[in-house]
Design a protein around this ligand. Structure first.
Ligand code: PLP
Length: 437
């Protein structure tokens, strides 16, 4: 148990050295965080770790992580942090889970990358596990959610060329998030990206989430697919409703277009089921996976039904896609999550987290909860998210505010009630402080 948050310790008085003083990091990124997470921290001492070679694409606080175990991270100064971000819903088994560590260690000594032009035993095993679990027949392994989604877009366009008279438009959702390649940015409905990197890839008309009539109105002869996340994660955890998903499945079937579900964030147990679509009792034609699939190792998947899997030789490929090391990690994750009781535990812990957050919300005059399983957001009802994240970090808790009025919780699927309690205790203090100020 971390002494930062053990019951005996004053939560506001870290026993480890205060952030920044001992870790002594010199970074352009640190100065960039001035308006963000780093501003609550004491000024850091002279440079011990020069991070200036790291391209400055995001405001990083002056912390360098060096180790992790379960729900805890440790920085180079030895300070521990309770991790309710987990690599943005990536480390589904937490940091350093024995099943994953063992699979990687064993595979590292056996075979890494024999070339995607050949089968390898771990690639075949992982594709088979995903196919069996999803009921979808064909799996292409790759390295990131964006790459999987880029593949989904290409696959749908190929299908349109073969089966729908060259149709290529994919209807996507306002505020959706599908990645950072040019096509996946174009498919995303993130307002802040509208003016970026113009001209974008065309062919992605947008509609509001949960508005079936808008989708129906947008479907035309050029439409080949509808693409969405079962829960919009980056937008702030906004679920597609079950009736909407069911109706969308019917609508796409009636119009002879594909349904693509981006399960990069919702897949692999995050919502308490293996895949988000299971809550609606539907199955898409194409699904993408990433994040949790490798439990922290970069592995992603483009999954398709037999009918939708229309790539011909040469249409798709990836040098590292299906490499044996990453695939072994994926197998360890899939098998751990498929073990009896694992998903029930995710649902139970999700309900526990939701209960505790609801009580905290009532105490501090915040709003409702969104999401499912262990992908939850708390509506703060005022734009205090960044301040809460900043103060939580200073107390050794990693949280995320996907929008100024919301906090997102995406802990390890193995998180325990003691860790939820510890997180709630810190958040209680922080909310008290922020709302008092
Ligand atoms: C729903 C969804 N799709 C795609 C992506 C992109 O994944 P990656 O960052 O691995 O490319 C993300 C990342 O947050 C995501 O949440």
């Amino acid at each position: 148990m971390n002494d930062l948050v053990s019951p005996e310790t004053s939560l506001g008085t870290p026993m480890a050295p205060p952030l920044g003083t001992a870790s002594a990091i010199d970074s352009h990124a640190a100065s960039a965080t001035g308006a963000h997470a780093a501003s609550a921290m004491p000024p850091h001492a002279a440079s011990a770790i020069d991070t200036s070679a790291v391209m400055n694409v995001t405001p990083r606080p002056p912390i360098v992580f060096a180790a992790g175990e379960g729900s805890w991270l440790t920085d180079t100064a030895g300070r521990r942090y309770l991790d309710f971000i987990q690599g943005w819903a990536v480390n589904c088994l937490g940091h350093g889970h024995p099943a994953l560590v063992q699979a990687l260690a064993q595979q590292a000594q056996t075979l890494l990358t024999p070339s995607p032009a050949f089968y390898n035993d771990q690639m075949v095993r992982l594709c088979t596990l995903i196919a069996q679990q999803s009921g979808m027949e064909r799996v292409f392994l790759c390295n990131s959610g964006a790459e999987a989604n880029e593949g989904a877009i290409k696959l749908a366009r190929k299908w349109g060329a073969l089966h729908r008279d060259g149709a290529y438009e994919i209807i996507t959702m306002d505020h959706g998030f599908h990645g950072r390649t040019l096509a996946t940015m174009s498919a995303s409905g993130k307002p802040a990206w509208e003016a970026l990197f113009e001209p974008k890839v065309t062919g992605f008309p947008k509609v509001p989430l949960n508005d079936l009539a808008a989708v129906e109105a947008a479907i035309g002869p050029r439409t080949v697919a509808v693409m969405l996340e079962p829960i919009q994660g980056e937008a702030g955890v906004f679920p597609a409703t079950v009736p909407y998903l069911r109706a969308l499945r019917d609508l796409t079937e009636r119009h002879g277009v594909l349904l693509i579900l981006d399960e990069v964030q919702t897949g692999i147990g995050r919502t308490g089921r293996f895949f988000g679509f299971e809550h609606a009792g539907i199955r898409p034609d194409i699904m993408t996976l990433g994040k949790g699939l490798g439990g922290g190792v970069p592995v992603a998947a483009l999954v398709a039904t037999e009918a939708a899997a229309v790539f011909a030789h040469g249409d798709q490929g990836s040098t590292f896609g299906g490499n044996a090391l990453a695939a072994a990690a994926g197998c360890a994750v899939m098998e751990t999550i498929a073990a009896p009781g694992f998903l029930e535990q995710v649902s139970q812990m999700g309900a526990y987290l939701a209960d505790r957050l609801a009580a905290l919300s009532a105490k501090h005059g915040c709003g409702g909860l969104r999401g499912q399983g262990l992908l939850l957001a708390l509506d703060l009802e005022r734009p205090i998210g960044p301040a809460v994240v900043e103060l939580a970090l200073a107390r050794g808790l990693l949280l995320n505010a996907p929008r100024p009025d919301s906090l997102r919780f995406m802990p390890a699927l193995t998180v325990g009630s003691a860790e939820v309690d510890a997180m709630i205790a810190i958040l209680d203090e922080v909310l008290g402080e922020v709302t008092a100020g």
